[in-house]
Ligand binder design. Structure first.
Ligand SMILES: C[S@@+](CC[C@H](N)C(=O)[O-])C[C@H]1O[C@@H](n2cnc3c(N)ncnc32)[C@H](O)[C@@H]1O
Length: 280
């Protein structure tokens, strides 16, 4: 027979309260997790971000540029999402010593990258998100006196650094210019190749940037994205500074670029090559 004791008056209510609140806590944790992971525009009353005013409205894009702003996001990102990818915070001239770290040559093997790009010696190349010129000056080695590099970055300090090095080397084939966050300010039909080394994932307005870059390509011109492989969690680079090949191809398709090939010759990075269709 069940015999009540004074102890049960304390223990049982506590036990039931604990079970009840435990359940409530579990539900709260589930809602919170869901909010962080998927909470976007409608759930968080965030707005779609309009393209900035300096962006011309129509470059024959098949897609309007829309983004989501989320309140909860990784601290290495800006809380803004494009096609469900969070845009990374910029690693720029303040991180000069990271960009120019002595181990980088061996880690990224820019020599292999340049060999596989098959660059015409008289090409006009836009190095977009040029940073401190890690790639800019290596590209120059592949060009003759008719070749040109446009080193473009959103940070004026990057321009200063590259100008300084070019002057120091007496190099006249490099021209620096300042990009806005949404427009690399390149003339239409002016470049043979646009290359973005470890840069595209940081563009605050990737959709608008790619529309302008596409318009700047000569017919048959190529776009090359070099991005750390996000598919591989063992590559010791922050997640938002890596991209999957699938995501990159999806975003370039939205810009109206044709995928040509993906090369996996580099130790840790995809080299994903696109083309502006000759007729579009
Ligand atoms: C991680 S750094 C890479 C620099 C260089 N490509 C390298 O590999 O050393 C990315 C660069 O992209 C630049 N960047 C970010 N958004 C940009 C934009 N919208 N237009 C041009 N450059 C941009 C940053 O200022 C930064 O210098």
């Amino acid at each position: 027979m069940y015999r009540s004791s004074p102890r049960h008056f304390v223990v049982l209510p506590l036990y039931f309260a604990w079970r009840r609140y435990l359940r409530l806590a579990a539900i709260a944790i589930a809602i919170f997790t869901f909010w962080i992971r998927w909470g976007s525009a409608p759930m968080l009353a965030a707005e779609s971000i309009n393209p900035p005013l300096d962006s011309p409205p129509n470059l024959n894009s098949s897609l309007a540029c829309t983004y989501d702003q989320r309140r909860f996001h990784r601290n290495t990102g800006i809380g803004k999402f494009y096609q469900r990818r969070e845009i990374a915070k910029v690693i720029g001239h303040q991180d000069l010593f990271w960009l120019e770290r002595p181990s980088r040559e061996g880690e990224e093997r820019p020599d292999i990258l340049l060999n596989l790009l098959d660059i015409a010696p008289d090409a006009t190349i836009a190095d977009i998100g040029a940073g401190t010129g890690f790639l800019t000056f290596r590209l120059l080695d592949r060009l003759d006196e008719n070749g040109r590099i446009l080193a473009i970055d959103v940070e004026p300090e990057s321009q200063d650094i590259i100008d300084f090095i070019a002057r120091d080397r007496g190099e006249t084939r490099v021209k620096t210019s300042l990009s806005t966050p949404s427009d690399p300010q390149l003339p239409e039909n002016s470049i043979d190749l646009a290359i973005m080394l470890d840069a595209y994932h940081e563009f605050e307005f990737p959709c608008e940037m790619m529309q302008h870059i596409k318009a700047a390509l000569k017919p048959g011109g190529r776009v090359v994205l070099v991005e750390y492989r996000r598919e591989n969690p063992l590559i010791p680079i922050k997640t938002l500074h890596k991209m999957t090949e699938r995501q990159a191809r999806q975003e370039m398709a939205a810009a109206g670029l044709d995928w040509l090939e993906t090369r996996e010759d580099l130790p840790s990075q995809h080299v994903i090559i696109f083309e502006r269709h000759p007729d579009r």
